[in-house]
Design a protein around this ligand. Structure first.
Ligand code: ADP
Ligand code: MG
Length: 383
C-alpha cells in the first residue's frame, strides 16, 4: 500500500486530472501533474506541474524519480510513455489496457475477440479497404482510430464514395467504419477494480448527447433500464477482469432494439461519472486514487438521485458567436440542491468543457425537472 503523504503522478492536466489532484490531496498525498499546457487546470493546483510533452525522456525520468505511483487522466497519452514509467514505478491502469482503449480498432478487436456485444464495424487502413466494403454496413460512421473525442474525428457516411471522401479528409489515418445504429438511448458506467480483483461499480447513468458531446447524465437511468443496467454491469466487470484492469474504468453502451452494445472504453474516470462527486460516498476520483495506491476501495453507495449537466464554452458566446461575459452563475447558485463545478479554465471555446453542475434531491423525477429547468435557465438549448 502506498500511504499518504507519498507523491502520486498523473499524466494529463485537464478537469479529470484536476479532480484526481483534489481527491489525492484530500487523502493527504502530494501530486505531480505532467502536461505540456502551461495553463493546465490540474497543474495549477498540483504540488508540481511538469510542463513537457508526454514522451519527453527527462520529464518521465523526473516523474519516475519523485512519484510512488503514476496514473493517467486520458487515453491518448503514449502507451510507450506508460510502459517506460512502469519500469520504475507502479503505473495503473497499465500500458496494455491504455493501448487497447486509445485505439478504436484495438478496442473493437478486443470486444470482438472476447465476445462482448458491439455494433458491426470494419477497419479501414487504405482506399482498397473501402472498395471492398459490404454495402450492408451503410449508413455508417467513419471514426479515426486515434485521438478522437467529443464527436471529433467522426463523419457520417451513406456509401463508399462518401467514405472515401471522409477518409481522405482524415488524411488517410487508420479508421474504423461502424454501422450507424438507431439508439434507443445511451448508458454508461464507471467501475473501479483494485489490484486483488475486487470490483466496485457505480450505478449506470443514462446519457444524452448534443452535437456529439455529453450534454447531461441521469442517475438512476430510466426505470425500464433495470435489467439492462444489471447486464451492463456484468459486461463492464467482465471487460475489466479480461484486461486485468487496475483503476477506474468508464464503459459506454448503446441501447439498440432493447439490447446493449458496448460503444467505447475509457481507461480513467468518465464525464458521465461526475455525479459521484456529490451523490456517492466515494467519488470515481477517490476510487482512482485508492486503486492506484492499493488501498481498499471506498463505499460507492449513492445517497441521492442525480442529474449532471455539462457547461460548455458555448455559454460564454452569444447567438452570433460573439464572445460575451461570464454566464450568470446566480441563476444556478440560487438553486440550493445544485452543486456548481467550474474547472477554472482561462479560455472558453465553443464545445470546450468548462464545468458542470449536479442536482440532487429525494425524488428522481423532481431532480430531473429541476436540472432541466436550471439547464434551460442558464441558456443551454435543445437543438
Ligand atoms: P467520442 O465519445 O470519443 O467522441 P463515440 O464513439 O462515443 O466517440 O461517439 C460519440 C457519440 O456519437 C456517441 O455517444 C453517440 O451518441 C454517437 N454515435 C457514435 N457512434 C454511433 C453509431 N455507430 N451509431 C449511432 N450513433 C453513434
Ligand atoms: Mg464516447
Amino acid at each position: 500500500m502506498i500511504l499518504p503523504p507519498a507523491t502520486l503522478g498523473v499524466l494529463g492536466g485537464g478537469q479529470l486530472g484536476r479532480y484526481f489532484v483534489i481527491a489525492a490531496h484530500e487523502l493527504g498525498y502530494r501530486v505531480v501533474v505532467l502536461d505540456p499546457d502551461r495553463q493546465s487546470t490540474a497543474g495549477r493546483i498540483a504540488d508540481e506541474h511538469i510542463i513537457a510533452a508526454y514522451d519527453e525522456p527527462q520529464a518521465l525520468q523526473r516523474m519516475a524519480s519523485i512519484c510512488a505511483a503514476v496514473t493517467t487522466e486520458f487515453e491518448s497519452v503514449p502507451a510507450a510513455a506508460l510502459a517506460s514509467l512502469a519500469r520504475f514505478v507502479p503505473v495503473r491502469p497499465g500500458a496494455e489496457a491504455v493501448a487497447v482503449c486509445q485505439e478504436r480498432s484495438a478496442e473493437k478487436r478486443f470486444l470482438k475477440t472476447h465476445g462482448f456485444p458491439h455494433v458491426p464495424y470494419i477497419e479501414i487502413r487504405s482506399e482498397d479497404d473501402i472498395r471492398n466494403i459490404d454495402a450492408g454496413l451503410f449508413p455508417a460512421i467513419l471514426k479515426v482510430a486515434r485521438f478522437g473525442y467529443d464527436g471529433k474525428g467522426q463523419e457520417r457516411v451513406a456509401g463508399k464514395d462518401e467514405t472515401l471522401a471522409a477518409f481522405r479528409q482524415f488524411n488517410k489515418e487508420p479508421c474504423v467504419l461502424e454501422r450507424q445504429v438507431t439508439l434507443d438511448y445511451e448508458l454508461s458506467l464507471v467501475l473501479t477494480r483494485g489490484e486483488g480483483g475486487v470490483v466496485k461499480c457505480f450505478p449506470a447513468s443514462e446519457n444524452h448527447h448534443r452535437h456529439g458531446v455529453l450534454d447531461y447524465s441521469r442517475v438512476p437511468a430510466r426505470a425500464s433500464a433495470g435489467d439492462l443496467t444489471r447486464q451492463a454491469r456484468e459486461i463492464a466487470e467482465a471487460i475489466a477482469d479480461r484486461m486485468a484492469y487496475v483503476g477506474t474504468l468508464g464503459v459506454e453502451f448503446f441501447v439498440v432494439d432493447g439490447r446493449l452494445q458496448v460503444n467505447e472504453l475509457a481507461p480513467r474516470p468518465h464525464n458521465s461519472g461526475h455525479f459521484t462527486l456529490d451523490a456517492c460516498v466515494a467519488s470515481q476520483f477517490e476510487q482512482q486514487v485508492r486503486a492506484l495506491c492499493g488501498l481498499p476501495l471506498g463505499e460507492i453507495r449513492t445517497h441521492s438521485p442525480a442529474v449532471m449537466v455539462n457547461l460548455l464554452g458555448d455559454l460564454w458566446y452569444d447567438e452570433d458567436e460573439q464572445p460575451m461575459r461570464e454566464p450568470d452563475w446566480n441563476i444556478l447558485l440560487a438553486e440550493p440542491r445544485l452543486k456548481l463545478h467550474l474547472y477554472g479554465k482561462d479560455v472558453a471555446r465553443p464545445g470546450r468543457k468548462m464545468g458542470h453542475f449536479t442536482v440532487l434531491g429525494e425524488a428522481s423525477d423532481k431532480v430531473f425537472e429541476t436540472a432541466m429547468a436550471c439547464r434551460a435557465a442558464i441558456g443551454i438549448g435543445d437543438d
